[in-house]
Design a protein around this ligand. Structure first.
Ligand SMILES: Nc1ncnc2c1ncn2[C@@H]1O[C@H](COP(=O)(O)OP(=O)(O)O)[C@@H](O)[C@H]1O
Ligand SMILES: [Mg+2]
Length: 315
């Protein structure tokens, strides 16, 4: 590893901004990505995640604020910094007549790796991406999940110190997502710094050591996933669906006590946040306040987002 990547911070942003005409896409955000960690940007569509990623990997320049990547200034030292970043962009075309192995070897040769080493590198990356048996096929012959893994393999050609992945599993089925997660977990074990964006709370919870939750260009929360959940909403949620004849105000009053950390009311459900959802449920009087259903479950980052913004991540 090079000198700068040994610094404790892989990315440092202070009051980072970006607008497109009148539209503010990133509205003054501060964050620090520790070296060797997996750092996430979680937020709904339009939150400003892709805009932030494109500034980090030097595709667009910041509209304001400071942005230091791998110890360098991404604007004035763009070439040197970019050479050490691997990118899996949100939308990438994988057309072409080269086989997977030829394509990866060609990419390696762009980085000045000689022919025989490039072939070996291609083979190593295909094995990493669990695509070795597809080496002689063309990208269009791959499934969606395999394509995504190929893109990850491509981002690794130059042995980057930082890998930026914009929505690495969007549009994939559950099994393909698991295979991508597995690749990312193996990268984490190698000590590479990962920055990912996602609008899937389960992905953020599973992969990220730390994350920020973004909404409308701003950071609304940051921290470790489990701590964010515990601090914002409490560890558990009681999800109640009252029957039409149920007096909802009375129901909420009857369950409220000091152990409850928050209440969110949706069109059909009432979410009651607390450290122990079963304990809250045990106080419920079924005869006075009839319910269609009651579910005690672990709180998630989706609940955090709902509590902080009043909206769902999927809206
Ligand atoms: N090239 C662009 N030109 C104009 N507006 C843009 C452009 N890219 C993004 N935006 C706008 O900036 C906001 C944030 O977009 P984006 O960063 O893509 O969000 P996310 O990745 O979180 O979905 C959105 O309102 C989007 O429409
Ligand atoms: Mg995006």
């Amino acid at each position: 590893m090079s000198q700068a990547s040994a610094s404790p911070e892989a990315v440092r942003a202070v009051d980072l901004r970006k607008s497109y005409g009148d539209r503010v896409a990133v509205d003054g955000i501060d964050f620090t990505v520790p070296t060797g960690s997996c750092f996430g940007f979680l937020g709904p569509n339009g939150a400003g995640k892709t805009t932030t990623m494109r500034m980090i990997y030097g595709l667009s320049s910041p509209g304001g604020g400071e942005l230091e990547v791998l110890g360098g200034n991404i604007v004035t030292e763009r070439r040197q910094v970019k050479a050490r970043i691997g990118v899996v962009a949100q939308e990438t075309n994988l057309d072409g007549e080269l086989t997977l192995s030829e394509g990866l070897a060609q990419q390696a040769s762009y980085f000045g790796i000689d022919r025989s080493d490039a072939k070996a590198k291609a083979q190593e990356l295909l094995e990493f991406a669990l695509l070795a048996d597809r080496a002689d096929e063309k990208p269009r012959q791959l499934s969606g999940g395999m394509k995504r893994r190929l893109l990850i393999a491509r981002s690794l050609v130059a042995d980057p110190d930082l890998i930026v992945l914009d929505e690495p599993t969007t549009g994939l089925d559950p099994q393909a997502r698991l295979a991508v997660w597995d690749s990312l977990e193996r990268l984490k074990q190698r000590g590479v710094t990962l920055v990912i964006t996602t609008h899937y709370m389960d992905e953020a919870e599973r992969l990220c050591d730390r994350l920020v939750i973004m909404d409308e260009g701003r950071i609304v929360a940051d921290g470790r996933p489990s701590e964010l959940i515990a601090e914002t909403v409490g560890a558990e949620v009681l999800e109640l669906r009252p029957l039409p004849e149920c007096d909802e105000e009375g129901l909420i009053d009857s369950l409220s006590d000091g152990s409850i950390t928050g209440i969110e009311r949706g069109p059909a459900t009432i979410l009651i946040f607390s450290g122990d959802a079963e304990a809250v449920l045990s106080r419920h009087d079924h005869d006075r306040f009839p319910l269609e259903s009651a579910l005690a479950r672990r709180a998630t980052l989706e609940d955090v987002f709902l509590k902080l913004t009043g909206r769902s991540l999927r809206e």
